[in-house]
Every structure is written in structure tokens, then in C-alpha cells.
Design a protein around this ligand. Sequence first.
Ligand SMILES: Cc1cc2nc3c(=O)[nH]c(=O)nc-3n(C[C@H](O)[C@H](O)[C@H](O)COP(=O)(O)OP(=O)(O)OC[C@H]3O[C@@H](n4cnc5c(N)ncnc54)[C@H](O)[C@@H]3O)c2cc1C
Length: 475
Amino acid sequence: MDIVSRLIPKLWDLLGDQGLLNDPTRLARYAQDWSGDLTGRPLAVARPARVEDLAQVVRLCAEAGVPVVPQGGHTGLVGGALPSAEGDELVISLERLDCVRGIDPVNFSMVAEAGCVLAALHRAAAEHDLHLPLSLGAQGSCQIGGNVATNAGGVNVLRYGMARDLVLGLEVVLPDGRVWNGLRSLRKNNAGYDLKQLFIGSEGTLGIVTAVALKLYPRPTQVQTVMLGLTSVEAAMTLYAAARRDLSDLLSAFELLPRRCIELTLAANSTLREPLAVPTPVYVLMEASASGLVDLTALMEQFLANCLEREAIIDGVVAMSQAQAGSFWRLREELVEAQHRQGRHLRTDVSVPISGLAAFMAAADAAMARHLPAAIPVVYGHVGDGNLHYNVLPPFGLDPAARDALLYQAEELIFELVDHFDGSISAEHGIGRVKRVPFQHRLSAVDRDLLRAIKSSLDPAGGMSPGRIFMLDES
Ligand SMILES: Cc1cc2nc3c(=O)[nH]c(=O)nc-3n(C[C@H](O)[C@H](O)[C@H](O)COP(=O)(O)OP(=O)(O)OC[C@H]3O[C@@H](n4cnc5c(N)ncnc54)[C@H](O)[C@@H]3O)c2cc1C
């Protein structure tokens, strides 16, 4: 019997029928990501329901030399959570580790297991009149463990920061199966290295997050959602700076949607309506929120009156109901699905300094028009964080090889400009396997040494998500 044949019965004994899947008909949903673009072949899928079982699975796999890949809600889209095509990696799904261990309303914190779906944690916090501000389009599927592993952002980063800024403590199963208990809910802790930071954003390559202590905030009792029409991206970025100052830093979201994005979403969903009376070149979906005694309505009215007087905006609508606010947000959120319907396309999640965003967009548009005039850029994002999805749809009718070549060239053009603007090729989804090569190209010798030192000291055998982010032996 080979090593794998000996491992599977041991896992079976440990996890039982519900906890270990190796019947091919039950593996399909663990073998494909949210977009359907990427697929893999799991050796088997372990679904432990207790941390000690998960630790034992990792220990058994380490002993057998079988690589493991943690899997959350499958929304990462860069191939990090997918098993390899060779069928030699065991998927560890966190989906059954989904308890909220506790909520402390005085400490403004919660402790949740890694498999909790983000939207479920929003509801759990709201039951205590509290707010978990991590909010993203995938929140109905992504898990808090995946959010931590990718250092997720979302629409509220400009006010509350990334997942990293919300994590107080972590519990992690290490590559050798030991459990590191760093699950403390302290606001301040300067005792030694801040070890949890190593695991946040490490995309499952250094350990498996099993539980997270998170910061919570007072639940906003007032929300103002506004759709604005503007002449240009420059005008939107000037408005952004004014909004942060004039709204007393209560701004919680600032999304840029050029006209093409609105048209794409409206074409894909006939139940959605034009947000403003007359089309404008650029739209901004902006949200401010507050709790307590602040008069947010008056603040927003004054701000918008000033904007109109300065002719900083062409038109604007303040949502008068939650339903109207929801319809504005659907124009943003359904854009992902609208692009998905166009077939295979280039998705990026780049960032540049906020002050350089308008110039970056103009330079990227010019480069696309010059080198790939038939390609269709679809550009939008959380511009309050300097984060853009500079996506590219190929022209209709290209054969797959020509299409892939065009999308590859488009990515190179965009990434070169990102370098020029001193930006990042990944501001959201991480590196996974899809962006490993461009990531490695951009590393300095010192970067490489540090990455190697961290990976090889925590995972000397290299069995934890091998080939994700970087390869130890690849330059
Ligand atoms: C429609 C849509 C909108 C999105 N919007 C945003 C956005 O606004 N901002 C943003 O940052 N991202 C966004 N994303 C990307 C994605 O939702 C995030 O990266 C999310 O954090 C991934 O969580 P997941 O549970 O789906 O992880 P998965 O996709 O399952 O895994 C992602 C990576 O984390 C690792 N991993 C998963 N769970 C664990 C764990 N418990 N321990 C260790 N490693 C683990 C996996 O191995 C993999 O490498 C969006 C995605 C979609 C589809």
C-alpha cells in the first residue's frame, strides 16, 4: 500500500463520513472557484468540525508527506484555494468550523471560527447592536478565515482599514500540526513580535487559521447613500478629498463607476434603472455613516449644496430609502456578474497612491488605445483606497489562443504602469498561483531572502499550500 492509501483510512477513522469526502461525485464543488474559470483535482476533502481534528489532519498529512490546501468560500479567484490539477493535494475545507465563540459588547470584539461566512458575522454583531465593518461583494460566500488569509478589504477600508486592521488575535494550526493560540482580544499588546501579522495575508502558506478575534464598532444608526454624476475621474478624486474633510471623516465608502460600467450593468439586468436623470461621464457611489448624536443628514445636505455651488458635480441623488440605497449598490455589485457574462476576461485588482489614481487611469487608457485598440477596458473600484479593477474584455469573436494572448498583453501593460506609479499588482485578491510569476519578477534579492526565511522556518517541508505566492526554488 502506498503512503496515500495508508493516509486515507486514517483520515476516515478520524473524521468519519461527513468529515472526509473522496467520492469523485462529491468533490466537484471543492474543485472549482467562484468564477468557474479555475479548476483543480482534490486528492480528497477533509471537513473537520473541531480544531483538534483539523490539527490531527495536518499532522497526519505532514507525516505522510501529502501537501494540504486550506479552502474557505472559494471567492479568492487567484487559484490559492484550489488543489493542483495533479490530484496530489488534500483540501482542508473550513466550512464545518463555523461557530461564533463569543461577542463582548464592552470590549467591542467577537471571536469567530474561521469557517463563519462573513455575512453571518455581520448578523451576529448586529444582534448586539454592533458592527463588523469588513464588507465585500462576496460576503454571502467568503469566510472570515479566507478574509484573514487574504487580508481582504472591501468597501469600507477607507474608514476602518483592511482585515489586518480588524484582527485582534488568531488561532492557527501550524504546518506540523501544532496549534498556535494567539487568540487574544487585546487592543494593545507590545509584548514581543506581533506573530499574528505573519499569518494575515499569507494565503494559507504558513498555517491554517482556525479562529479569529475581531474588532467591532458601534452599529451605524444613520447612513447617507449618494449617487453623484461628475465630468471626469480628476473631478471625482478632488471630490473625494473634500468629502473626507467636510464630512468629518464619516465617509465610509467611495466607489468610482465610469459610464461604461453603468451601461454594462444595466444591459445585464433589466430590473435596474439609470441612477441619474441624465447620463454623466463618471459616477461616484458614496456613503457616510454615523451612530449617536451627529446630524448626518444636515452634514450631507450642506456638503452637497457646497458641491453644487462650486460646480464640482453635475447631478446627484441622495437615497431616500434603504431600497433606493440598495438599488445604487446593485449597480456596483452586479458589475462583477455583468462582466462574467461576457466570458473570459482579464481581472485585476491593482492599487496606486490615491493622489496618482487619475493619472494612472489616463495612462492605462492611453496605453490600451495605442497597443490594444480592440480591447474594452472596464475600470472601477474602491478609489478611496487607491484600488482599481482595471479589467479588460476581449473583442467578440477571438479564438481562445488569440484572446488569451491579448489578455496577457493587457495585463503586462497594466502591471508595467502600476510599477511606474509605485503601486501594487494585488490590492485585494492576493497572489495565489495565478499572479505568482509577475509577483516573483518584482521581488528584490532581499525580498526573496526574507520570504524564503519565513516560509522555510515555519514550513520546512513545504507541505502547506505549495506553489502559492512564490516558489522557494524559483527566481
Ligand atoms: C464578487 C466578489 C467581490 C469581491 N470583492 C472583494 C473586495 O472588495 N475586497 C477584497 O479584498 N476581496 C474581494 N474579493 C475577493 C475575495 O472575496 C477575498 O479574497 C476573500 O477574502 C476570500 O475569502 P474566501 O473564504 O472565499 O477564501 P478562498 O477563496 O477559499 O481562499 C483564499 C486564499 O486563502 C486561503 N485560505 C482560506 N481559508 C483559510 C484559512 N482558514 N486559513 C488559512 N488560509 C486560508 C486559501 O488557501 C487561499 O489561498 C471579491 C471576490 C468576489 C467573487
